[in-house]
Design a protein around this ligand. Structure first.
Ligand code: BGC
Length: 767
């Protein structure tokens, strides 16, 4: 409590409490939200309460809707629905809200939700690409814009961010998250919650965030979507939970459960995680929405005997709102009437949902998100379109650039642009395109045409489709390549190959694209490859045979111009991989924070932890990404080489842009416990910052790393900090360490608060 609040409490609130003689007096002292909700709930019938817990899709089960059928309108009038999802449009939603507010008995406003994952109409890079920017400030900015556009179009609530850690690139939903690292995941989760929710949820341009899919959904066995998860409690705590904790601590107003079971316990029925951890340990105050039909799916999991049982278990476990299954509307009613569930349990969930509506300001003005003129003014604004291109530039990762092939000259005689993705305006929108439209996308081909000199000839040839076996276009592509001075070959996946229900059993280039690449490389014309894809692709052949490769993921509407800016040097790339790129599907899972093992992999020794038929390294490691300039790290100093719990380690070093052009570098801080009671990972990211330096510019970096960041779960499953030596490694990727040193944690083993989240602070001084 700050000083002024304390004085207020001392002189005003406490004396009122002392004087209060009746319940009514005490009510006056309640915060206005509680008082308002109490009095509303007193008026609500059980059916109306259950109505608040029910969420239905707009018009149909698939696609987003701007119309709604009469049956749904009847439900609204009867107060039997609390929320709709997959709906959009200020005008349309204004009308639905009007029915709720004017034609239902109690006039409780509806809350409208939509998957606004990387933009509403101005589509930004997919989340995996955005994580590769390693710039949370940039992600917060685009998320804010997404919220502004969504709010202007009648949406109060997004089902985002997806904060699932993903270690298996076969899993299609890896595209929706921030990759493999819990620290990066936590930082990006926080940035997105803050972006969506802004400073105050009651503003008309802020929307409720919903971190999902709680929890470990990304650990689906075999990378097969919706599959079971087997995970140790330690890994759950150290890898999968931290981004959720970060989102909760950042104030996320809601949360969604995963479809998965964890060690046999489906998440929709997981009281231990939904209530004991989320609410009791972490203090989450928002509401939990079930993922689509996941309450009914408890039947398929085989843990309930019927829908009534499913509803009872899910509500008891801690789910407050039922997305689409209808169980909370009907079956819970039966349970309460039979006395199987107490109405108090229903009340808890109802209160949480009404609180969210209250915080959004919907009881003050239910129509404030439904202003057609605001929608027209905000959606796809020029500055939003510009931000989309900026974000796209920041997300591109330069994987390889042998002998400085890139950047290309703008006055080349002829540039051949080959590959169907080059001319594809759907792919850059990626998975969850919300209301993004192809007409707003700049393709790679258009971007290149915009970038080159007026005398440069740009010739396009498709070569082949993304999928399928048709090679009839190879001949033309080869002849185009042969004629050209330079080839830009665009390869990868279509948008529908990643995302929900889009797991792949292979992670190489689909169709005959690899063969096309061989043919084009065989022409002898220099080739640079642009990859567009929603997951890491194993591309060993390209890596060995093509001099330059750009990883562009799906970059949103600004895609083509951003890629061209990087290709022709108007933007110096600085993105880094948020996920390891393995050499082959057989290497999965390959993530940088693995344990050392008793037999660490060694090239010289077969009897070590490795595959005998593959090199021991990944194709590209976590944190990797090149620039057109070089950076020199020097002068590492640790201010306090002996630290204890709750201290911060203070580090400084210098970094200089030693190349000829301005550029950015993501400085990465890793640590390793030298000896611990539980085998530590070989490295762990505990801080990073993307910095922009002019050529020749040198700056001093100061880092303050809370020692508690090093906490881990010991044998007794207590989160602890153990005394001993810790190595620090500072570098340009997880494999490119430029400076290292060590420090010592002193004192006894100490316990660390599991409900706290820690971040390193990094500042840049120009001296
Ligand atoms: C997905 C969620 C999504 C929901 C609503 C589900 O199938 O798993 O991520 O938010 O649908 O669209």
């Amino acid at each position: 409590m700050n000083k002024s609040k304390f004085v207020f409490a001392l002189f005003f609130i406490i004396p009122l409490f002392l004087k209060a003689e009746s319940k009514q007096d005490l009510n006056l002292l309640k915060p206005p939200m509680d008082e308002f909700i109490d009095s509303l709930m007193e008026k609500m019938s059980l059916e109306e309460k259950l109505g608040q817990l029910a969420q239905y899709p707009g018009g149909g089960s698939l696609g987003f809707n701007t119309v709604i059928d009469d049956e749904k309108k009847k439900l609204i009038k009867k107060g039997k629905v609390g929320s709709f999802l997959h709906v959009l449009g200020a005008d349309f939603l204004g009308e639905l809200q009007r029915i709720a507010v004017e034609e239902s008995r109690l006039g409780i406003p509806l809350i409208f939700g939509l998957d606004v994952i990387h933009g509403l109409k101005t589509i930004f890079p997919v989340p995996l690409a955005a994580a590769c920017s390693f710039e949370p400030e940039a992600l917060e900015k685009t998320t804010r814009i997404a919220a502004v556009e969504a709010a202007a179009s009648g949406i109060h609530w997004t089902f985002a961010p997806m904060v699932d850690i993903a270690l298996d690139p076969r899993w299609g939903r890896i595209v929706e998250g921030a990759g493999e690292d819990p620290y990066l995941g936590a930082v990006m989760a926080k940035a997105q919650v803050e972006g969506y929710q802004g400073d105050d949820l009651s503003f008309e341009n802020t929307i409720l965030a919903c971190p999902k899919h709680y929890v470990a959904y990304g650990a689906a066995q075999g990378g097969r979507d919706y599959n079971s998860v087997e995970v140790s409690l330690r890994t759950l705590n150290e890898v999968y939970l931290p981004p959720f904790l970060a989102a909760v601590k950042a104030g996320a107003g809601s949360l969604m459960n995963g479809f998965n079971d964890i060690n046999g316990e489906p998440m929709a029925n997981n009281k231990e995680l939904l209530t004991d951890v989320l609410r009791d340990k972490w203090g989450f105050e928002g509401f939990v929405v079930s993922d689509w039909n996941s309450i009914a799916e408890l039947l398929n999991h085989g843990v309930v005997k019927d829908r009534v049982d499913a509803g009872k278990k899910a509500l008891t476990a801690g789910i407050d709102m039922d997305m689409t299954s209808g169980i909370f509307g009907e079956e819970i009613l039966k349970s309460v009437k039979k006395g199987d569930i107490s109405e108090k349990l229903v009340d808890k969930a109802v209160r949480r949902i009404l609180e969210a509506k209250y915080k959004l300001g919907l009881f003050d003005d239910p129509f404030k998100y439904c202003k057609v003129e605001v929608e027209k003014a905000e959606v796809l604004k020029d500055e939003h379109i510009e931000a989309a291109k900026e974000a796209a530039c920041k997300s591109i990762v330069l994987l390889k650039n042998e002998s400085g092939v890139l950047p290309l000259k703008k006055d080349l005689g002829t540039v051949a642009v080959i590959g169907s993705l080059a001319d594809d305006s759907r792919a850059p929108l990626g998975s969850w395109k919300a209301f993004g439209e192809e007409k707003d996308v700049v393709t790679v081909l258009e971007g290149i045409k915009n970038a080159v000199s007026k005398d440069t000839k740009v010739i396009y040839s498709k070569g082949c489709d993304i999928k399928g076996n048709d090679k009839s276009g190879f001949k033309e592509a080869v002849s185009v390549a042969t004629e050209a001075d330079m080839v830009v070959l665009v390869l990868g996946e279509s948008a529908d190959m990643s995302g929900e229900a889009r797991s792949r059993s292979e992670i190489d280039l689909p169709g005959v694209q690899k063969e096309l690449a061989r043919k084009i490389a065989g022409t002898g014309t220099e080739v640079v490859v642009v990859l567009m894809n929603g997951r890491p692709l194993s591309i060993p052949w390209l890596t060995e045979n093509v001099p330059a490769i750009l990883e562009a993921w799906f970059l949103g509407i600004g895609s083509g111009n951003a890629i061209a800016d990087v290709l022709f040097g108007d933007y110096n790339p600085g993105g880094k991989l948020a996920v390891t790129i393995p050499r082959s599907v057989g290497q999965i899972p390959y993530f940088y924070y693995h344990k050392n093992t008793g037999r660490p992999s060694s090239v010289e020794d077969l009897f070590t932890s490795r595959y005998f038929d593959l090199p021991i390294t990944p194709l590209y490691p976590f944190g990797h990404g090149l620039s057109y300039t070089e950076f020199k790290y020097s002068k590492l100093k640790i201010k306090n080489k002996k630290v204890k719990t709750n201290d911060s380690l203070e580090i400084s070093f210098s970094i200089k842009n030693t190349g000829k052009i301005a550029g950015s570098e993501v400085i990465q801080l890793y640590i390793k416990d030298v000896v611990a009671s539980i085998a530590p990972p070989v490295k762990k990211l505990v801080g990073f910052k993307r910095i922009y330096l002019e050529n020749g510019e040198e700056v001093k970096i100061n880092m303050k790393m809370p020692i508690n960041l090093l906490g881990f779960y010991n044998k007794e499953m207590k989160k602890v900090l153990e005394p001993g030596e810790v190595k620090i490694m500072i570098g340009s990727s997880s494999e490119d360490i430029r400076l290292d040193d060590s420090f010592t944690i002193e004192g006894k083993v100490s316990e660390i608060d599991e409900a706290e989240i820690y971040y390193s602070e990094i500042s840049v001084n120009s001296d």
